[in-house]
Design a protein around this ligand. Structure first.
Ligand code: GLA
Length: 407
């Protein structure tokens, strides 16, 4: 080969490397510009999972209208792993997933949906299955070969490990495959992931696990899981870390898992306002009408999926009725009145006494100077801010309004 040809070959290789580099960066930059939406197996099924459940859930996601409302990822949580093979490659549990994960991914993709999987940064997952430690690049290649689109990565069995560097290793391993995989960091907020995770994953859990109750702490001995209000209150101070491509994750939804209709409605509305990923966590195959209506309220979902990606502000707290506000595109706002208390409240709000301001994003509205129209996203009633707002809010319930400039 003459020198000129060697030079051309080197240039071609360099261009290829650069293109691959751009493609990876691009994958990362394009992912989760709005909070991911989907379903996760853990809250309802725990370890009782198998390929039939995932297939039936894919079917139900389509037939129930959830796919049409924007739910996309079907995420298999803990307990899918079998033992690694002789070469150390991940394999699914053969009883639960006899056809293998690739076949399942093909099925899920044929429905226009995406498949997520779960693993853990330590030697063992939280349910004791083989974790990813020391196998990060090998696992990422296997996941990519199966067609995985989303990886939730847990933090059990990690004594002495650095979360930032462990999650960075897995992030780099995913990037090296070239596949666009949403990386969902599940470190429970123990090491302030909001400070380091935005550069590593598309979301990070801000708290321990959720529990389907309004305001409880469920103790499991060495750890606790938390009700809706407990998780909400743990979000104080975190909104500045959230934005397109990197979200505060308040955990899988408990809608349809035993709370009252009011509580489910409030829970869903709050997670939407806070730009948490919206992962339904109930049995989509046997969903009652109330859960389905809540999960598919497209106007509430639109608050979560708003392209500005601004997390709500707690405008008024420490009161029976708290107020959350959220700037939206086109100078619109969402306003949520939350009745935290155990009794119905006759709520009145005199708009002209208030002005909303988001210092972080430099937007504001002064209701003594402008009138906005509002639509109630649950009852569908309409009104304007020219008139005092009055409504009885049932216990543990919300009112959610979308405010628009009046033309
Ligand atoms: C941890 C996570 C949960 C779930 C379980 C699975 O508790 O926080 O969301 O993934 O592990 O074992």
């Amino acid at each position: 080969m003459n020198l000129q040809r060697i030079g051309m070959l080197l240039a071609a290789i360099a261009a290829g490397v650069m293109m691959a580099g751009t493609a990876n960066a691009q994958n990362h930059a394009d992912l989760a510009r709005v909070p991911p939406m989907g379903w996760n197996s853990w809250n309802k099924f725990g370890c009782n999972i198998n390929e039939q459940l995932i297939r039936e859930t894919a079917d139900a996601m389509v037939s129930s209208g959830l796919k049409d409302a924007g739910y996309e990822y079907l995420n298999i949580d803990d307990c899918w792993h079998g033992q690694r093979d002789a070469s150390g490659n991940s394999q699914p549990n053969a009883q639960r997933f006899p056809s293998g994960i690739k076949a399942l991914a093909d099925y899920v993709h044929s429905k226009g949906l995406k498949l997520g999987i779960y693993s853990d940064a330590g030697n063992k997952t939280c349910s004791g299955y083989p974790g990813g430690r020391g196998h990060e690049y090998q696992d990422a290649i296997v996941y990519a070969s199966w067609g995985i689109d989303y990886l939730k990565y847990d933090w059990c069995d990690t004594k002495g490990m650095s979360p930032e560097s462990s999650y960075t290793t897995m992030r780099d391993a995913l990037h090296a495959t070239g596949r666009a995989v949403v990386f969902s960091i599940c470190e429970w907020g123990d090491n302030k992931p909001w400070e380091w995770a935005p550069a590593i994953g598309q979301s990070w859990r801000t708290t321990g696990d959720i529990y389907p109750c309004w305001d409880c702490e469920m103790s499991h001995g060495s750890w606790s899981s938390w009700g809706v209000l407990r998780i909400l209150d743990k979000q104080a101070g975190l909104r500045k870390y959230s934005g397109p491509g990197h979200w505060n994750d308040m955990d899988i939804l408990e809608v349809g898992n035993g709370m009252t209709e009011s509580e489910d409605r409030a829970h869903f509305s709050l997670w939407a306002m806070m730009n948490s990923p919206l992962m339904s966590g109930n049995d989509l195959r046997n969903m009652n009408d109330s859960a389905r209506r809540i999960l598919t309220n497209k106007e509430v979902i639109a608050l979560n999926q708003d392209p500005l990606g601004i997390q709500a502000i707690r405008y008024m707290g420490g009161t029976k009725v708290e107020i959350y506000i959220k700037p939206l595109v086109n100078n619109e706002w969402a306003v949520l009145f939350l009745n935290r208390s155990d009794e119905a409240v006759d709520f009145e709000f005199k708009w002209a006494d208030h002005h909303f301001e988001d210092d972080l994003n430099k937007v504001k509205v002064d209701f003594s100077k402008v009138v906005l129209g509002w639509a109630n996203l649950w009852t569908k009633s309409l009104g304007t801010t020219a008139k005092q707002f009055k409504q009885t809010i049932p216990a543990h319930d919300v009112v959610v309004l979308r405010l628009k400039p009046v033309l």
